[in-house]
Design a protein around this ligand. Structure first.
Ligand code: GUN
Length: 280
């Protein structure tokens, strides 16, 4: 029997908590979302984030920029938002469409407003086990793992993905929980043997049905970060054949996605609190 990890239900609980915290505030926290270009997937994600933020009472602004905006102009936009007292969180939706310098734009965000936790300063603090703002995806994955109630110490995890930079925050949180976690690129030699050894398998390769049952340890925890378009449906990186084989699986849709949006909202609240504490 495979248990389905319901991210939608967990996300609702978090949003309800966020709403109660926002209602108790004199002024609501503010989030600015920067959307560069017209990538349909990015437009969809921005809409979902903004709707969720509004629903809990967070003030949101959407800043649309042309696909060919220069790095300098995008940085100027970020700096303008850094200066605003009513904006506590700044998010630049990725990937950027043109030849903008993504790292430079992210680095321009004031670290205490970096609600995606992507800034080098926030990455450094997390690696030093003194996290400030942690990437919502990593928080969401940890929450799903905790929902399994399996003891974590001594377990192994494989993060199968395209980029070490995505994997780093979740690896750090897993290591803090006593899990031996490693990043494995999707083209690694002997991939199935490696993934089959993992108690926890996190998949973020961006390819529909990439992981099949033969790549999964029976009774493993499988978390699917994929969101691939298939006609008008969204499907994950993990094939349907893994259901019935794994111990736990997070579905797509309704797994990591809604939970990640919910943790973004908590980060906006946390960012506001950090800024208030700093002002004294
Ligand atoms: N694009 C895909 N995932 C993310 C995310 O977590 N944050 C932002 N800003 N863009 C993304």
């Amino acid at each position: 029997m495979t248990e389905i990890l319901n991210g939608k239900v967990l996300a609702k609980t978090i949003r309800d908590k966020a709403r109660i915290r926002v209602e108790a505030m004199e002024t609501p926290p503010g989030l600015a979302v920067i959307l560069i270009g017209e990538n349909p997937a990015s437009q969809l994600y921005v809409r979902l984030k903004m709707e969720a933020a509004k629903e809990v009472g967070i003030y949101v602004e959407r800043h649309e920029c042309p696909a060919d905006i220069s790095t300098e102009d995008a940085i100027a936009k970020v700096q303008e938002l850094n200066e605003r007292k009513d904006i506590n969180g700044i998010l630049v939706q990725l990937p950027l469409p043109g030849n903008q310098d993504t790292d430079a734009i992210i680095r321009a965000i004031m670290p205490i407003k970096d609600v995606d936790g992507f800034h080098t300063e926030n990455r450094r603090l997390l690696l030093a086990s003194a996290p400030n703002l942690v990437p919502p995806t990593a928080l969401s994955l940890m929450r799903l793992i905790q929902a399994t109630r399996i003891p974590l110490r001594g377990k192994t995890a494989v993060i199968l993905g395209n980029s070490q930079i995505f994997a780093e925050p979740i690896i750090e949180l897993l290591r803090d929980a006593g899990v031996v976690a490693t990043f494995v690129p999707k083209n690694a030699e002997g991939l199935a043997t490696i993934t089959r050894a993992a108690d926890i398998l996190i998949v973020a390769v961006g390819m529909a049905n990439f992981v099949t049952a033969d790549m999964v340890k029976p009774s493993a925890v499988v978390l699917d970060v994929g969101a691939n378009k298939s006609g008008d449906k969204t499907i994950g990186d993990v094939s349907e054949s893994v259901v019935g084989h794994a111990g736990f699986i997070s579905p797509v849709p309704g797994g990591v996605g809604p939970l990640t949006v919910a943790y973004l909202l908590l980060n906006v609240i946390k960012a506001m609190e950090l800024q208030e504490r700093l002002r004294g």
